[in-house]
Design a protein around this ligand. Structure first.
Ligand code: ATP
Ligand code: RIB
Length: 329
C-alpha cells in the first residue's frame, strides 16, 4: 500500500465484541449427537470486534475500540493484548456483573470451524460507551453484530459516523441487522450471510450468484457490498459495476477470523484514502495470510508481511474500479 498514501480519511473506530476463544483441534467437526476427542485445546484472544481492531492497528491505522469485557482475568488479558497492539481501549468498558465473552471453537484438520458464542459482557454494551469527544479524529467506523444492534445504530447515526465512512460486517446474520443497511456505506458479508439477508433459496457458491444476491441488497440506494468467497477471494459489488478480487493460493491451517482480518485491513486501507477495490485487494491478501496460521487474532499478519506478497494478477470478472472510497453520496 506504500505508494498510494494520497489521502487521509482519519482514524479507525471499531465497535464490537471481545472474546476469549477456547479452541479445540479435532480431526473432524462433530455431527449432531456425536462426541469427538480434541487433539489439543488452546485459549486465544478473539471476538470479531477485537480481531478487526487488531487487524486495522497492525496495518498501521490509528485505531480506537468501543466494547465491553467482564471485570475478570480474561477481560484484563484482552485489554492488555489490544493495548500492546496499539489499539486505544479508552472506550472498552469493564462490567463487574458479567463475564468476558467466550467463543467455543472446534477446528477440524481441514481448517473448517464451528463456533458457539457466550456473549457475556458483549451483550451489555450500550451507547453510554460511545464518547463523541474521542471520535473527532475518526473517519472510518466499523462494526459487526456480536454487539447489540441498537448500539451500532447509535454509533452509525451519530454525527462523526455520518461525516465518515461506515462499514458493517453484518455477522453473524441477524434479521434486525438489515435495519442498519440504510446507515451503512460498505456492507461486508460472506456467502451464507448474503444468502440470509438477500433471502436467497440457498447461499451462492459462485461469483455470479454472489453478484446477483449483492445487487438485490443494493437495490436503488443500498450500500456497496463486498461478498467474501473464502479461497475464491472476494467480489466488490456496486450499483453499476463489480470486480472479483481473486484469492491468493494459501496453505490453510485455520480459517477462523479470516473475515475479521479482511474487514480490519479494509478499514485501515480506506483510512489511508484507498479506493474501495484497491482496499479490498489488500484486505484479501492479508486475509489469505491469516488462514495459514492458528487462532483468530493471533493469525493476523503485520503490514510488512502483507506488503511482501505480490498482488494477484488474475483478470477481474469485470474490471471497473470505481475510483470512489465507498462513501455514500
Ligand atoms: P471466517 O468466518 O472463517 O472468519 P468468513 O466466512 O467471514 O471467514 P471468508 O470468505 O471465508 O470469510 O474469508 C474472508 C477472506 O479471507 C476471503 O475473502 C479471502 O480473501 C480470505 N480467505 C479465506 N479463506 C481462504 C483460503 N482458503 N485461501 C486464501 N484466502 C482465503
Ligand atoms: O470471527 C471469528 C471470531 O468469532 C472468533 O474470534 C470468535 O470469538 C467469534 O467471535
Amino acid at each position: 500500500m506504500k505508494a498510494k498514501r494520497n489521502r487521509n480519511n482519519g482514524d479507525v473506530c471499531v465497535l464490537g465484541s471481545i472474546n476469549q476463544d477456547v479452541v479445540a483441534l479435532v480431526a473432524e467437526l462433530p455431527r449432531p449427537g456425536e462426541t469427538v476427542v480434541a487433539r489439543r485445546v488452546t485459549h486465544y484472544p478473539g471476538g470479531k470486534g477485537a480481531n478487526q481492531a487488531l487487524a486495522a492497528a497492525r496495518m498501521g491505522a490509528r485505531t480506537l475500540m468501543i466494547g465491553a469485557t467482564g471485570a475478570d482475568e480474561a477481560g484484563n488479558v484482552m485489554r492488555a493484548f489490544l493495548q500492546d497492539n496499539g489499539v486505544d481501549t479508552a472506550m472498552v468498558e469493564s462490567n463487574p456483573r458479567q463475564p468476558t465473552g467466550q467463543a467455543f471453537i472446534n477446528v477440524s484438520a481441514a481448517g473448517e470451524n464451528a463456533i458457539v458464542i457466550a456473549a457475556g459482557a458483549n451483550a451489555t454494551l450500550t451507547a453510554a460507551a460511545i464518547r463523541p469527544e474521542k471520535l473527532a479524529g475518526c473517519g472510518i467506523f466499523l462494526a459487526q453484530l456480536e454487539s447489540p444492534v441498537e448500539t451500532v445504530k447509535t454509533l452509525f447515526s451519530g454525527a462523526p459516523a455520518r461525516r465518515g465512512i461506515t462499514i458493517l460486517n453484518a455477522a453473524p446474520a441477524l434479521p434486525e441487522g438489515a435495519g442498519l443497511f440504510s446507515l451503512t456505506d460498505i456492507l461486508v458479508l460472506n456467502e451464507s450471510e448474503l444468502g440470509a439477508y438477500a433471502q436467497l433459496p440457498e447461499a451462492p457458491t459462485e461469483v455470479e450468484g454472489a453478484i446477483t444476491g449483492a445487487r438485490k441488497l443494493i437495490g436503488r440506494d443500498g450500500p456497496a457490498v463486498i461478498v467474501t468467497l473464502g479461497e475464491k477471494g472476494a467480489v466488490v459489488v456496486e450499483r453499476e459495476q463489480s470486480e472479483l478480487i481473486p484469492g491468493r493460493r494459501a496453505q490453510v491451517t485455520d480459517t477462523t477470523g479470516a473475515g475479521d482480518c479482511f474487514c480490519g485491513t479494509l478499514a485501515a486501507a480506506l483510512a489511508e484514502g484507498y479506493v474501495l477495490n484497491e482496499a479490498a485487494r489488500f484486505a484479501a491478501l492479508a486475509a489469505s495470510l491469516s488462514v495459514e496460521r492458528a487462532g483468530a487474532a493471533t493469525s493476523i499478519p503485520t503490514r510488512a508481511e502483507v506488503e511482501k506478497l505480490e498482488v494477484p494478477t488474475t483478470a477481474p470478472s469485470s474490471a471497473n474500479a470505481s475510483g470512489q472510497t465507498g462513501r455514500r453520496q
